[in-house]
Structures are given as C-alpha cells and as structure tokens.
Design a binder for this molecule. Structure first.
Ligand SMILES: [Zn+2]
Length: 242
C-alpha cells in the first residue's frame, strides 16, 4: 500500500508519526508531501533569511523521512501563504497520481492555522480528480481515488476521532525522538508554550490510548466524502487487531 501524508509544514506529521512507523514496519511505502517550505517558522531568529529557514526546515524534514524510509516532496508555497487554489489542486492531483496513493493523511478541515485548512481542502478536492483523466492531464489517472484520514488538530475544532492506531512503547519512544529531530521547531514551541512539544504529543497519545485501553494511540477521522472514504483495512494492523 502507498501511504501519502500531505501536510502544510515540516513537523505536522507528528500527529501520525507513530502510524507511519507502523506502516514502515509492515512494509508499506510512505511519502510525505509538504505544501509550504516552512520559511517563516523561525520568527525569533532575526538574522535568518527566509531561504535559510526553509533550508533548515528541509534538512530537518529529510532527517525524519530518512528514518521512515519516506520519499519527501515539497510544493514550495511560502509559509503562511497556502491557498486552496486551482494550481495547488492540480499539483496535488499530479503528486498523488505519481505516488499512486492508496491512503492519504492530512489536516482536519477546521483548524487554528490557515495553511492547515487550505491543505485539507485542497487534498479533499484533489483526491476526487485523481481518477478522472480529463483533469490535470499529464499524469496517469488512478484506478480509484485514495481514501483520506484527517489527523487530529487538538481540542476545540469539532473533531471527533473514530479510528485509533495503538502504539507500542518502542514506537512511542521512537516517535518522540523523531519529533525532536525538528530541532528548530522544538525551540520555537518551547519559546511559545514553555513546554516540550514531543512531551505534549506523547501525553495526547496516552489520552487517546486510554480510550482504547492501550498505553498510547494515534487518533484519526476518515473523510466521508463519496469515493474518498478509506477502506476498513487502510490502517496498519487493522486486519489482525480488529
Ligand atoms: Zn503546521
């Protein structure tokens, strides 16, 4: 199975990172697509140019992808400037076709960050057209559109998780280590929130796990738009654990 994560920024994959590790361990192919280059992700470093920041984000994202064995693609929109326009939709149609996406993970449709919302909208729209050859010609249409899982945006955005992926202690530990490979963002988030972001995500995973009577889990909600609904066996381990 080809698993494609489409996110706005380098580090947004932290909401499904444990699941990606499980996919990797099961031999599935994983790719990460970032819509923006993250070039405004270091607001507290006055001397950094936008290009320098983008280079840092790129390096950090690639270090995570190397561990997962994931392909990495950046659509190079400016940070904070993602818009669900026709160009982005067509770019995503092309990328999802090239990667032969079976299942896609992306943001929820309501969120605190406009880049996240634009990305989610563009993914939903692009997925529909992946199987229709008359749209975005130049890449071969898929047999059927990929299913879509939305990642949790956190509390307060009308998101109710329905699907859970249990994480072992080893996966959780590795997930925290990989989140911390985004060294620049760990510093930014520590400055903004005064807390270690990897610890915060681990706490959320434990809360999700408690609902399933396991130590930790990641939580998802399927897109219920016709033809973009994930199949029941789209999540790792779903066949053996359900
Ligand atoms: Zn983000």
């Amino acid at each position: 199975m080809n698993v494609v994560v489409v996110i706005a920024h380098q580090d947004d994959e932290m909401r499904c990172l444990g699941t990606l590790l499980r996919y990797r361990d099961e031999g599935h192919r994983v790719a990460i697509v970032c819509v923006t280059n993250g070039n405004r992700g270091l607001p507290f470093t006055d001397e950094s140019t936008l290009a320098d920041v983008a280079a840092v984000r790129d390096r950090e994202m690639r270090s995570v992808c190397a561990v997962i064995g994931a392909d990495y693609h950046c659509l190079d929109r400016g940070d904070g400037a993602a818009v669900a326009d026709l160009e982005l939709r067509n770019q995503l149609v092309g990328v999802l076709r090239t990667l032969e996406a079976d299942v896609v993970f992306t943001h929820w449709t309501s969120d605190y960050n406009p880049d996240h919302v634009a990305t989610a909208r563009a993914v939903i729209d692009a997925a529909l057209f992946t199987s229709l050859g008359s749209f975005a010609p130049g890449t071969a249409p898929l047999r059927r559109p990929p299913g879509i899982f939305h990642m949790s945006p956190g509390d307060g955005y009308g998101y109710e998780a329905t699907h859970f992926v249990p994480l072992t202690e080893a996966i959780s530990t590795e997930k925290s280590r990989l989140i911390r490979l985004h060294v620049s963002q760990m510093g930014v988030l520590k400055h903004m929130r005064g807390r270690d972001y990897a610890d915060d995500v681990a706490e959320e995973d434990r809360r999700n796990g408690a609902r399933m009577l396991v130590d930790a889990a990641e939580a998802f909600r399927p897109c219920l738009s016709e033809r973009r609904i994930p199949w029941p066996d789209s999540l790792p381990g779903s066949e053996v654990e359900r």
